[in-house]
Ligand binder design. Structure first.
Ligand SMILES: Nc1ncnc2c1ncn2[C@@H]1O[C@H](COP(=O)(O)OP(=O)(O)OP(=O)(O)O)[C@@H](O)[C@H]1O
Ligand SMILES: [Mg+2]
Length: 594
């Protein structure tokens, strides 16, 4: 199994990343490499045995005992080298399975610490496929290096040595050609890697688009847009096709050029060997050895173009995935961040300015919310209410000003301690495809079943949960699709009950509930809000009326601030205007703008 690895610095280069992820499995990696080194040497030594056997057979006065000695050494050497290869298999298997687990662990842990903005800009499906690209790419690449490239390079070295010991010129031919052949193939690999990177990029783009399209398939059906969607996806299929074709096209050229180089090599080494034999410079055994070397090398080299194509593909896929996943984390703990020391729950925002990619939401915004105050936030759609809540949770960092809780700047405290002390009921509740019980318990993993049920009862969720096929053990479907919007919201409220944090943020927490359920939950919500600092974004007047204070925001500024009673008693107030123009208990966005 994988072990913990340091996350201080994770290299982006696939080879360095592979070494990094190998650290916890170093003993297996070293053992596998040592086995491969020894096994390659033993396998390659077979040609020397063949040479000696031939020379013994061709000797003018035949020593049958020498012939038999070499004939027995031959299978023994084979047995020994085979077993050493298996040794590399048994150790390599531990290395690679460990490597896969470690890579999953490193990448998931790294990804999970990215900011909301990072995920907003990417498809979750594409990220999952990038993780598997990196895992598969690294595993296959390192397998190729261990079992294909190291034996080939070592083989070339040994063969050069064996041939050189018989006649230095034969060794020189193999040596020079090796340098040239490997040099040109390294160059090919570098070029190939660019094609592979583009191909991996377009393939992961395509996967992301397919996942996005399939996750919105009901929308596609509802708008009868199946043909249009198919056409949209087809564009990405075409891009992927072109990138794949380019990659393969290049590798076919590598194979062709390598084929010519191998033929030239064969011609050079064969003609030199025969010439030396004719001139009695080498023995028959050496000729047979050179033929054996050629036989083995040609077999390995013929597919080297293919191996390079595969290796470059794995390298490109891993590189593409690592580049995307290993983006620098933007929302991180400051170097000496302390635990948030919660005493009261005062929130103080001073001269805060914040913009999303050039879209200004808050400009020099200040507000003081003393402990235990319940503040209702009102503003037209897009005014920045959800953004305000996201900033308190530090999903984004503000560009200037400060946000402090109990006099501690939230950028100076540990993120986890900040978020542990805030309960949040979001605008669109997202649930895991896990049981209801697990979903509620998410806010307090150590909670007992009784506590979970009590929280669900307080959130008016117990009644509907009891009607589900497996009650608290019912699975809710992807993102909770098997529940209605109101039911999902009540699960989120149950989470907040269970979390029992000093600060409570409600973003349209009851917007999906009908008046009856809302009325029922109102009593519990009031209980939940008691003694906490609360920021509630709401359109429902019955909710807002219960607040200590109403803040109306517009264009990133506070345009009205006061208790509901005070605001209602002022004739020109916006809140009074909204109250007078309410529609069935709801305020309207347009009226906010008056
Ligand atoms: N992740 C984001 N990246 C860029 N712009 C964003 C992002 N999220 C929100 N915005 C923009 O910021 C502005 C404020 O959005 P926000 O979600 O805070 O509004 P809101 O007041 O909660 O609206 P609603 O009542 O509709 O929920 C909007 O104009 C929106 O388009
Ligand atoms: Mg919102």
């Amino acid at each position: 199994m994988s072990k913990n690895v340091s996350k201080d610095h994770i290299p982006q280069n696939p080879i360095q990343f592979g070494f990094f992820a190998t650290k916890p499995h170093l003993k297996w990696a070293v053992s596998a490499c040592v086995c491969v080194f020894i096994a390659t040497g033993l396998s390659d030594l077979v040609v020397v045995v063949v040479r000696n056997l031939t020379d013994a057979l061709a000797a003018p006065n035949l020593h049958i005992s020498t012939v038999w000695t070499w004939a027995v050494i031959f299978p023994l050497l084979y047995l020994l080298s085979e077993n050493t290869w298996r040794g590399s298999g048994f150790t390599g298997m531990r290395w690679f399975t460990g490597l896969v687990s470690t890579i999953y662990q490193i990448l998931y842990e790294y990804l999970s610490l990215h900011s909301k903005e990072y995920f907003n800009n990417r498809f979750a499906g594409a990220l999952a496929s990038k993780i598997s690209n990196v895992v598969d790419g690294m595993e296959n690449l390192f397998e190729k290096i261990l079992w294909k490239f190291i034996p080939l390079c070592m083989g070339l070295f040994w063969y050069m040595l064996f041939a050189g010991l018989s006649d230095w010129r034969l060794g020189a031919i193999i040596g020079l050609w090796t340098v040239f052949f490997l040099g040109i193939n390294v160059w090919f690999a570098q070029k190939m890697q660019i094609y592979a990177f583009h191909s991996a990029e377009s393939s992961s783009d395509l996967k992301g688009k397919i996942v996005d399209s399939l996750s919105n398939i009901s929308l596609v059906h509802e708008y009868a847009y199946v043909a249009g969607e198919q056409e949209y996806i087809q564009k990405f299929i075409q891009k992927n096709y072109t990138a794949g074709l380019n990659q393969w096209w290049f590798s076919e050229w590598i194979l062709t050029i390598n084929g010519v180089l191998i033929a030239l090599f064969l011609f050079a080494i064969m003609s030199t060997t025969l010439y030396f034999f004719q001139n009695h410079l080498i023995t028959l055994g050496t000729v047979v050895m050179i033929i054996a070397i050629i036989g083995d090398l040609v077999g390995q080299l013929f597919f080297i173009g293919q191996e390079i194509r595969d290796a470059a593909k794995y390298y490109g896929e891993a590189k593409e995935g690592l580049k995307e996943i290993l983006h620098e984390h933007t929302i991180v703990d400051a170097p000496h961040a302390a635990e948030l020391n919660f005493s009261k729950g005062d929130i103080s925002i001073k001269s805060m300015s914040f913009e999303y990619e050039n879209r200004k939401v808050f400009d020099n915004f200040s507000i003081e919310i003393p402990q235990g105050q319940k503040v209702g936030f009102v503003g037209r759609s897009g005014a920045g209410k959800t953004t305000f809540v996201s900033l308190l949770l530090r999903h984004f960092d503000i560009q200037s000003g400060s946000i402090s809780i109990d006099h501690q700047d939230i950028r100076e405290v540990k993120l986890e301690s900040l978020r542990r002390n805030i309960a949040f009921v979001p605008q669109d509740t997202s649930l895991f495809h896990r049981s209801i019980k697990e979903n509620i318990r998410y806010s307090k993993p150590e909670a007992s079943n009784q506590e979970v049920i009590a929280a669900a009862q307080s959130a008016q969720a117990d009644d509907f949960i009891q009607t589900l096929p497996h009650k608290y053990d019912t699975l809710v479907g992807e993102r909770g699709v098997k529940l209605s919007g109101g039911q999902r919201q009540r699960i989120a409220i149950a989470r907040a009950f269970l979390k029992n944090s000093p600060i409570l943020l409600l973003d349209e927490a009851t917007s999906s509930l009908d008046s009856e359920s809302e009325h029922a939950i109102q009593v519990s919500l009031e209980r939940l809000m008691k003694g906490r600092t609360v920021i509630a974004i709401a359109h429902r007047l019955s909710t807002l009326k219960e607040m200590d204070r109403i803040v109306i925001i517009e264009n990133g500024k506070i345009i009205e601030d006061g208790s509901p009673q005070d605001l209602l008693s002022q004739n020109g107030s916006i809140f009074k205007h909204m109250w007078d123009h309410q529609v069935k208990g709801f305020i309207l966005d347009e009226i906010t703008a008056q």
